[in-house]
Design a protein around this ligand. Structure first.
Ligand SMILES: Nc1nc2c([nH]c(=O)n2[C@H]2C[C@H](O)[C@@H](COP(=O)(O)OP(=O)(O)OP(=O)(O)O)O2)c(=O)[nH]1
Length: 153
């Protein structure tokens, strides 16, 4: 699996969409068994739903750098990035509103994940089986979870 520890990509042209990035943090890049999922606290429409930790890319920031920054802020961890889970758009996966999310597989490089910001619970769930799909995900994330499972199988 391709890995990268330092951001070298140029800021992406987001085509007018709000660019969001998410981390599919797995227990091992080589032999992934479990995925770290996060339960949002806000906004009200998404509170209580599970998602990939991450957030919005800032102006002039490369997406991979934005993802590392968000995961440091939200979970207190440094990560190694693995493969991207490509979506149907150049900007990744369509979300509600004029937004799209690029998602990378990632593994914790330093720190212990904790719900420092934006989440009230983190949970390691098995990638295989029904349990992961039984979680109340943000609806737009369901095809991404499906593609992730197929990519890692
Ligand atoms: N992080 C994340 N956001 C998602 C996912 N699925 C999904 O629809 N979204 C939406 C929710 C939000 O409208 C948007 C991401 O915004 P955010 O609130 O997480 O971004 P941020 O951390 O930069 O927050 P802020 O600076 O605006 O407070 O994308 C997902 O799996 N992860």
């Amino acid at each position: 699996m391709q890995t990268q520890t330092e951001g070298s990509a140029e800021p992406a042209d987001n085509g007018g969409l709000l660019q969001v990035v998410g981390g599919a943090i797995v227990d091992s890049l080589e032999r992934p068994v479990r995925l770290l999922v996060a339960r949002r606290t806000a906004p009200e429409a998404f509170a209580g739903m599970w998602e990939f930790p991450g957030g919005k890319v800032e102006a002039g920031e490369a997406p991979e750098d934005g993802l590392r920054r968000e995961l440091r802020e939200e979970l207190g961890v440094g990560v190694v990035l693995g493969d991207e889970i490509p979506g149907p758009l150049v900007q990744g996966w369509p979300l509600s509103g004029a937004a799209a999310m690029r998602v990378w597989v990632a593994a914790v490089h330093d720190g212990a994940p904790a719900p420092l910001e934006d989440h009230d619970e983190l949970r390691w769930v098995e990638l295989d089986g029904d349990r992961i799909m039984d979680l109340p995900w943000i609806p737009a994330d369901l095809p991404i979870v499906d593609a992730l499972r197929r990519h890692l199988a």
